[in-house]
Ligand binder design. Structure first.
Ligand code: PMP
Length: 287
């Protein structure tokens, strides 16, 4: 059976999952999205993802049709129809189809899209040995231009940074903010361990407030690991003992090199491994 995609109230085969070429999501990147994961049929942190989606929409003055409860029901139904238990779930809300001008008031109906599919994981080797990163020349969005807190359909600078990473043979790339501080990676948040403390850039460093980031901060607190949300630079990564990334798709993944320089001992460190274990236990217990 063909994969079923939800589009604004209906489920259609993937080949028929189409929206208008006049949709401002396509014409201008005018829309918002979420990426989530289900474990054993249950969407991890579903409420938090819905809250962030509604906040992103609010920030661009986009009214999402229906309630969060209805969206949650539609997500669960999409997973059920596709018989998927461990899956990736993409929610997209576009401004809807309008005229060729920018004016969002000329768009009538926002489109709500739910795509579920098998999760494309990083190779297991990266989880065991750690990733290598490069620092992209493309910086994260200036918060005064487009807040990185909005998970909008405009991901072009992250895409450009990802391409820089790929050219250097890296699957992820570090992005700095407009002040030259560490922000995050193209689709993941970043953490370092320094002298036993876990550090991650604060939201006002111009990052997406990652849901996995928040879960990992909470897990660290539960394990009595000192945590701080504090601005830092590449220098701090070079002198860190450990480094890892978090994201809904990647979960918790160690980083062992930045710009060809080894971080710590060049292997996933003890705090990283503890948090990977705690995260796995959490997703499987709530799943
Ligand atoms: N930063 C960016 C830019 C992202 O796109 C993502 C993934 N959506 C993340 C961080 C990680 O966020 P989350 O843990 O909510 O998936």
């Amino acid at each position: 059976m063909a994969l079923q995609v939800y589009i604004s109230g209906n489920w259609v085969d993937r080949e028929d999952a189409k929206i208008s070429v006049f949709d401002h999501g396509l014409l201008y990147g005018d829309g918002v999205f979420e990426g989530m994961r289900s474990y054993s049929g249950k969407v991890f942190q579903l409420q938090e993802h819905l809250d962030r989606l509604w906040e992103s929409a609010r920030a661009i003055q986009l009214q999402i049709p229906g309630s969060k409860e209805e969206m949650a029901t539609a997500v669960k139904e999409t997973l059920r129809r596709n018989d998927l238990a461990d899956a990736y779930v993409r929610l997209v809300v576009t401004r809807g189809s309008g005229t060729l001008g920018l004016d969002p008031n000329r768009c009538c109906n926002p489109e709500v899209i739910i795509i579920t599919d098998k999760i494309a994981l990083y190779p297991q080797e990266y989880y065991e040995k750690g990733l290598e990163l490069i620092t992209a020349a493309t910086i994260r969005n200036h918060p005064a231009a487009l807040s990185p807190r909005i998970k909008s359909l405009n991901y072009l600078n992250n895409i450009l940074a990802k391409m820089e990473g790929a050219r250097a043979g890296c699957v992820e790339a570090l992005m700095l903010n407009h002040k030259g501080e560490v922000a995050e990676c193209t689709g993941d948040n970043i953490f370092i361990v320094r002298r036993g403390s876990l550090l991650t850039p604060p939201i006002d460093a111009g990052i997406l407030e990652g849901i996995t980031r928040n879960v990992v901060l909470e897990l660290a607190r539960q394990q009595a690991i000192p945590v701080a949300e504090i601005a830092f630079t590449r220098h701090d990564i070079f002198i860190a003992q450990e480094c890892f990334l978090t994201g809904s798709a990647a979960e918790v993944i160690p980083v062992v090199k930045l710009d060809d320089r080894m971080i710590g001992d060049g292997v996933p460190g003890p705090i990283t491994l503890r948090l990977i274990k705690a995260f796995a236990a959490l997703v499987h217990s709530t799943g």
